[in-house]
Design a protein around this ligand. Structure first.
Ligand code: ARG
Length: 254
């Protein structure tokens, strides 16, 4: 029995040693630099302008991190890999337009939402406007997104096609390989304005969501410090200025 007990204790200790712990706020502060991951393919929120990573949430994160007194190192990866990397401590935070869902909340700790938006139906045919109109239709969405989860719930949809990037889903609509594309309201608005010739028709919102940065599950020290800095960014007018620049309106959650 004694042997068994100590074997269990050893096994537990070994597992704890092998598990990669997320960096605490203190460790990040000591290092002076926070590592934040995003996708870089979701304009106007996170995207590349030539070789420069930019976008609404990239700029908001830069304001927040500055208030925290830290340097920011960006990493860009495929959308699907972002939240997983948090658990493995490959980066400290993710800001990539993740909607706060129950499922994701089991795996990560969300900071306060940095904007409110939702999924909108986009089609070439202006008769495809709402969930009902998706009956018998083929719909394109990005893999791993809340759009995929929500479209799956719409009854009567013929097929949901998923694409590694949201821009691929958009292109599938342009080339008429699908009947509709579901994406973020602001992403769709910008895509419609930029490709006037494509003839996108923006339909109804399918659902609304609160979009928030994510930290490793339980890293509340980091989330609290982020939230405190974010509150200051909301209060001092800098959030409003960046929001106005990208959207001509204030996209904060009320
Ligand atoms: N808001 C959606 C979600 O929560 C889509 C996010 C897509 N983000 C991106 N960087 N492609 O899943």
């Amino acid at each position: 029995m004694q042997f068994f007990k100590s074997a269990v204790v050893t096994a537990v200790a070994l597992c704890a040693a092998l598990a990669v712990q997320a960096r605490t706020l203190d460790e990040i502060k000591k290092d002076g630099k926070i590592i934040v991951a995003t996708e870089g393919q979701f304009a106007p929120f996170n995207f590349f302008e030539g070789t420069k990573l930019t976008g609404f949430e990239v700029e908001v994160a830069e304001l927040v991190v500055k208030k925290m007194g830290l340097k920011l190192e960006w990493k860009t990866l495929g959308f699907d890999a972002l939240l997983t990397g948090l658990g493995q401590s490959r980066w400290d935070a993710v800001i990539a337009s993740h909607g706060v869902t129950d499922e994701r909340s089991k795996a990560v700790t969300f900071a306060n939402p940095h904007y409110c938006s939702g999924g909108i139906i986009v089609a070439m045919d202006d008769k495809i406007r709402n969930a009902k109109d998706l009956t018998g239709k083929v719909v394109a969405v990005q893999t791993g997104t809340s759009y995929l989860e929500q479209v799956k719930k719409v009854s009567g949809v013929k097929e949901v096609k998923n694409f590694p990037q949201d821009t691929d889903a958009q292109r599938a609509l342009i080339s008429k390989r699908v009947d509709a594309w579901v994406s973020d309201k602001f992403v769709a608005k910008e895509a419609a304005a930029k490709n006037a010739k494509a003839g996108f028709k923006l339909g109804d919102m399918l659902f609304i969501e609160r979009i928030a940065p994510a930290m490793a599950k339980g890293n509340t020290g980091l989330a609290d410090a982020w939230n405190k800095a974010f509150t200051e960014v909301l209060a001092d007018g800098s959030y409003a200025a960046v929001s106005k620049k990208y959207f001509n309106e204030d996209v904060r959650c009320n």
